[in-house]
Unconditional design. Structure first.
Length: 197
């Protein structure tokens, strides 16, 4: 991430302001963000897994970190999730590559009930808070053409309603945990928070 700063500054001096989010310096920044968020998730998971007697210890921090993990992943697909873009195939491809894998991994690792749903709630809450705060700061556009007068920071698009697919992921993961045979992934019972013999 530290490398991305001077690289981005050079990029702006050489090619001007970015029109899109995806550029080589931003991709370096994105790799740094991915590394930090995955490392933080692993640290929080280690803390959560130390408490075997009570699964609620450490789970709140895991849910918050998981929400930030999903939010950071969605930053780099912002230009594909604006409402006008949601009618094209690229929106569905990008969302299918970003969200399901993260929700399934977080649902599998969480030791609380409905982990993916809680993570999606944190994601939506954080993105709503960012939208509400951004509009408080005055700003003026630097790229043309601007057809509408802009006097304050422009908010991000309304967060995707990930709560509904997250509910489906949690229900599916619960069903997979209760299935005997090859589909069984773990001996951990999410409902009772007790290891099963």
């Amino acid at each position: 991430m530290i490398t991305a700063g001077p690289f981005d500054n050079w990029w702006h001096n050489a090619y001007g302001l970015d029109v899109k989010i995806v550029s080589p310096p931003h991709m370096v920044l994105g790799l740094g963000m991915l590394g930090i968020s995955v490392g933080t998730l692993l640290l929080v998971l280690a803390r959560q897994n130390r408490f075997e007697d009570s699964s609620s210890k450490g789970s709140g921090l895991f849910i918050y970190t998981g929400g930030v993990f999903v939010l950071l992943g969605s930053v780099f697909i912002l230009e594909y999730i604006f409402p006008n873009e949601q009618h094209g195939g690229m929106f569905f491809k990008v969302c299918a590559l970003m969200y399901p894998s993260r929700l399934v991994v977080l649902s599998y690792a969480g030791r609380v009930s409905w982990p993916a749903t809680r993570v999606a709630t944190v994601y939506m809450g954080l993105l709503c808070a960012i939208d509400w705060v951004l509009t408080l700061f005055p700003a003026q556009p630097k790229l043309a053409p601007i057809f509408n007068p802009v006097t304050h920071m422009v908010p991000l698009p309304f967060p995707l309603l990930l709560i509904f697919p997250a509910i489906a992921v949690d229900l599916l993961m619960r069903k997979v945990r209760d299935t005997d045979g090859k589909l069984r992934m773990t001996d951990y019972n999410v409902v009772d928070h007790v290891p099963v013999a």
